[in-house]
Every structure is written in structure tokens, then in C-alpha cells.
Write a protein that binds this ligand. Sequence first.
Ligand SMILES: N[C@@H](CCC(=O)N[C@@H](CS)C(=O)NCC(=O)O)C(=O)O
Length: 319
Amino acid sequence: MGVMRDGTWHAVEPPSTGGAFERPETRFREVIAPGGRFPPEAGRYHLYVSLACPWAHRTLIFRVLKRLQGMIGVSVTHWLMADAGWNFAPGEGVVPDTVNGVQAMHELYRLADPRYSGRVTVPVLWDRVRRTIVNNESAEIIRILNSGFDGIGAAPGDWYPAALRPEIEAVNARVYATLNNGVYRAGFARSQAAYDAAVQPLFETLDWLEARLQTQPYLCGTRCTEADWRLFTTLIRFDSVYHTHFKCNRRRVVDYPALWDHTRSLYQVPGVAETVDLGHITRHYYGSHRQLNPFGILPIGPVLDLDRPGGRVPSLPPG
Ligand SMILES: N[C@@H](CCC(=O)N[C@@H](CS)C(=O)NCC(=O)O)C(=O)O
């Protein structure tokens, strides 16, 4: 994993403190709104994603839920994050950058800010008119997609309804800290203490979510919200990657009846299965983190029956 310093890319491992993995704040945090610097316009914005990345995956799902495929284009990086970081080397499922013609994501960050310092992450929401990054924080990009294009023809549906916001925020906070980011904290831990501190709350949260989903179809009740989708992108990777590669192996998602049903139900929402690429996902993690898997060996399993019908009837649009 490299880093940018003053507009120059360095293919170095950043120093970590105390053996614990820390995820830095993202830098570009603008919104899309009528009358603002970035007004909603069809064809103006472009998403840069990796199909492997759970944070980028959220944004691809919201693009589908809101049927924005015709309004917002997508470039897909190569699954392997090596010395150049995220890049567009030819490969199955890679969609090159036809907007700016960059070969690697660090070039895009330099176009947005020639003096950029920080991590070069996906997803990125790019503005073709101002030629800059609107936002590179997935939690904010999904809210932009959720409502920012409603006035110009996005599909109906609100996955962040006002009445449920306090509950959504509370669920998100726990799921982010202990699960979405918790799997990385467990996997990238450099001490037993750091691993223990991550993996214990991770499984407490899975138990808590399982109990919740045994009494209600979605995390915040009867309505599917962004909290469900933010959980989904971690659970869909869990048994194939986090269980083995990140040593989150007390249980698998398939061992939790309600969580597994929830995962399959969301997977089966029209258009969502096409956003899930287990080839990119497994090849990325097992291939890119050579400190965890020095020979890059790709494990044989598991076989997941994601097409077995889920019991939660997806409401589209929700509500
Ligand atoms: N807070 C960011 C995190 C995104 C993120 O960390 N993406 C990972 C891929 S899964 C990445 O690009 N990592 C590259 C790096 O940190 O150098 C978001 O949610 O958008």
C-alpha cells in the first residue's frame, strides 16, 4: 500500500502505531446539490471503483438501486493493488478510465490536487466539468446517490428516510467500528492484543445483528435502509475472505441463519448480483496482501449458494 506526499506517489508501507490498524479520514467531502459547485447533471459525474473493495461496492449498489447507470459512468480498477496502488492494467472485468485516461488512481488524485498528500483510495466520485474529485468517502457518496439526482430522473426510493435516521446512524456506528472496519483491524493487526481487541467485538456484533434479524426483516425494522447495504458489502465478503484471510474464524456467515438469509435476500435484489464479483474480491485480498499471504495462494472455497432464495422480500422502492 503506497501513499502520496505532496503530489508524488510513494509505493511504501505507512508506519503503524502500537500494532493497531488505523483508517485515516478521507479528504474530498463535497456534495451534489442544485445551485452549488456541483449541481446534479446527467453524464457529468463518474465513479472510480474496485469491485474488490467493500466501500466502493456500496456506491455501485446505490447506483443500481437508484437506476443511475445511464447518468453516472464507472471505471473499474484491476483487482491487484501492488506497487502502483489501484490501477487499470488490463484484466478480466477491468474497465479503463475513458474520462481522464489515467493508468493508476494516484494520477487521478494528482489531477484533482497537484500537491495532494494522503492515501489513494477508492471509491472516487469525479466531476468531468470541474475536473476534480467531488467526494471520496463512500458513506457520503451513497447519500449523494440516494437523493442528489432525484430531481433529474433517478428512480424513486429513499434508503436514508428522515424518520429512521437516528436508528440508522446508531446501527451504522456499531457496524462500521466493529465489522466493516473491524475485519481490517483483525486482519491487519500486528500484535495478539490488537487482534483480540478487534475480533472479540466483531463476533459480539454478529451475534447482536443475528438476534435483530431474527425478529425483523431489516436492521432498522420493516424497511430496507442504507444500514442494510453497508452491512451487506462486508457479509458478502466474509466467508470467502475475512473468515480465512483476516482470521475472523469463530463462525461463518452461513452459520447465522438470519444473517445468511439477509445476505441472500439483498444479493437477490434486481441488479445487485451484478455488482458482486467474487473473482475480483478473492484475487484482490489473497493476492495484494503479501504480508498476510506471502505466496498469493488462492484458496479453493467456499462454495456459496447465493441463489438459494432469501426469505426477506425486498421492497423496491422501500417504504
Ligand atoms: N473511508 C473510505 C475508505 C476507502 C478505502 O479505504 N478503500 C480502500 C480499498 S478497500 C483503499 O482504497 N485502500 C487503499 C489505501 O488505503 O492505500 C471510504 O469509505 O470511502
